[in-house]
Design a protein around this ligand. Sequence first.
Ligand code: ADP
Ligand code: NA
Length: 329
Amino acid sequence: MTARLFSGMQPSAESLHLGNYVGALLQWKKLQNDFDAIFCVVDLHAITVAQDPVKLREATRRTAAQYIAAGIDPESSILFVQSHVAAHPQLAWVLDTITGYGEAARMTQFKDKSQKQGADATTLGLFAYPVLMAADILLYNAEVVPVGDDQKQHVELTRDLATRFNSRFGDTFVVPEAKTLADGARIYDLQNPGSKMSKSGESPQGIVWLLDEPKAVAKKIKSAVTDTEREIRFDPKAKPGVSNLLSILSGVTGTPVAALEDHFAGKGYGDLKTETADAVVAEFEPVRTRALELLDDPAELDRLLAHNAERAAAIADETLRLAYDRVGL
Ligand code: ADP
Ligand code: NA
């Protein structure tokens, strides 16, 4: 039997970005061939911080459209919206009851986010976020969970909760493994290559959106910060800007960084920028067109998401029923 894989991303207001594309969507697209893959737009996670309701609903649809446009196959894989499957918060509650307060309080992402939010804006939902994520994973008996480094601790918690539940109530959950990004799949801000490209980045020119106009994509990449040397060499510490461009070019073309270094021997930063810009524009163009097409036909997108939610629920409901049964509900 093919191993089950689960991954998700929060809905993103306007568009996903180049980091999400190289670090998540492109990896997912490849992984879906080797795994029984389930991909989720985690809107219940999004509301752990304040959201505008109209914008959130739109962001969820836009994110789903970009998953499909980037090549996630909604027939062979399952691609659904978290809030469409009621079992997620239901199982999360059960898992809440076996999660230690101190255990949850040790999650570094909670510590960071709650510090940024301040005590008054920090909610119980934000605190319980990792337990909801555990439910997402355990409901589908996922063996493999591709995540960024910042989510590794949450997969560890998921493993602990699965193991604890199984030993207390009998074998119920598959204990999953985190699968972290390959080196070089991390993309940095073009204007500030010391920080990862992020939707909350500070410079609008430093972040390339999947739904940006091709001209804007090219302009941002050609204006990337580099350094005062001339050598095109992958060295993230000494040459973060140049290394980032090499990672981007490698990410979208599939050419290994070492081969790119050879290719650019004796060439200048202008060549690197032009080739990277051209490659990203060529890669994004059909994805953008397809995403806009999908968003132009809301009824069809809704039908597709409803169908996929049913497929997800068929698996999730069975796991939930078993878990309820185990604890005496
Ligand atoms: P953001 O940092 O923009 O808020 P998320 O944290 O929501 O992005 O990440 C969603 C997915 O995209 C995760 O799988 C994460 O590992 C991946 N990802 C986000 N930013 C990058 C990046 N700069 N480089 C590579 N992958 C990234
Ligand atoms: Na598959």
